[in-house]
Design a protein around this ligand. Structure first.
Ligand SMILES: [Zn+2]
Length: 256
């Protein structure tokens, strides 16, 4: 495919968290690309339901996942991975939380690697290394890089907006920087979160849980533009459009 996309999901990253994390590359993301600090995720603001909506462009009441326990869809909808693979594209996925494996159906991934985030320190960085190596060797059309440490080791273990939480966001942004500096010319890079959080958790319809940041660098996205009225349902149609892949007929989001 002529246009390629890297999607990076930083689990549990709040907009005010990324703005306050102290990493200078956040300003660069906003200057070099289009962005929003008030995109909306879906309810319940829980990891698997939100990522199912990210890739299937329908709310949880349609795809059926309302907890982190995967259930086969009753009325199955193709997700982004299936649409790309069906059009002959190659997909890669790197992830630090095992239930996420179900966002892609068997047969839709050419490359994948999972590494339990609690098995070592800096697993986000390790998975970024692995994704970078694979992109350099095989140039997959679509790469999904999922970093869980901000949510698990930052939010749940220490509390949202604590120094520890902000430190994990800053470390995740360092990983984003490595990807953008290496592949920003070849790929459109999109950075998002699945949900926010408050206290030691998330899952409610509180704006602190429901509001997420998004950054779009390269390709059709003009520098320094603030996007409005964006939801997590818009990601799959937008990425499919960039790649030149048809959207599934059931998808409800819009192309940005
Ligand atoms: Zn999550």
């Amino acid at each position: 495919m002529n246009n390629k996309v890297i999607l990076i999901s930083i689990d549990g990253m709040r907009p005010d968290g990324v703005l306050r994390c102290g990493n200078a590359f956040v300003d660069e993301l906003m200057q070099r690309g289009s962005y929003t600090m008030d995109a909306q995720t879906v309810f319940p603001s829980v990891t698997l339901p939100c990522h199912m909506s990210m890739f299937h462009s329908v709310p949880p009441e349609r795809h059926g996942m309302t907890t982190n326990l995967y259930m086969p869809q009753v009325r199955p909808i193709n997700g982004l991975f299936e649409q790309i693979a069906g059009a002959g594209g190659s997909c890669a996925m790197y992830y630090g939380w095992e239930p996420l494996r179900d966002v892609a159906r068997p047969g839709s991934l050419r490359f994948a690697e999972y590494f339990n985030a609690y098995a070592a320190d800096a697993t986000d960085g390790y998975l970024t290394d692995r994704a970078i190596a694979r992109i350099e060797s095989d140039h997959p059309d679509f790469v999904f890089l999922y970093m869980v440490e901000t949510d698990e080791k930052g939010g749940h273990d220490s509390g949202w907006m604590t120094d520890t939480y902000l430190g994990y966001i800053s470390a995740a942004i360092d990983n984003v920087k490595r990807v953008v500096e290496r592949f920003g010319d070849e790929y459109t890079v999109i950075v998002t979160a699945d949900h926010g959080g408050h206290g030691r958790g998330h899952g409610s319809d509180d704006p602190q849980d429901m509001t997420i940041p998004m950054f779009f660098l390269g390709g059709r996205f003009a520098p320094g533009v603030a996007l409005e009225q964006v939801t997590i349902l818009d990601l799959a149609p937008t990425i499919a459009s960039i790649l030149g892949v048809p959207a599934a007929p059931e998808w409800e989001g819009k192309v940005l």
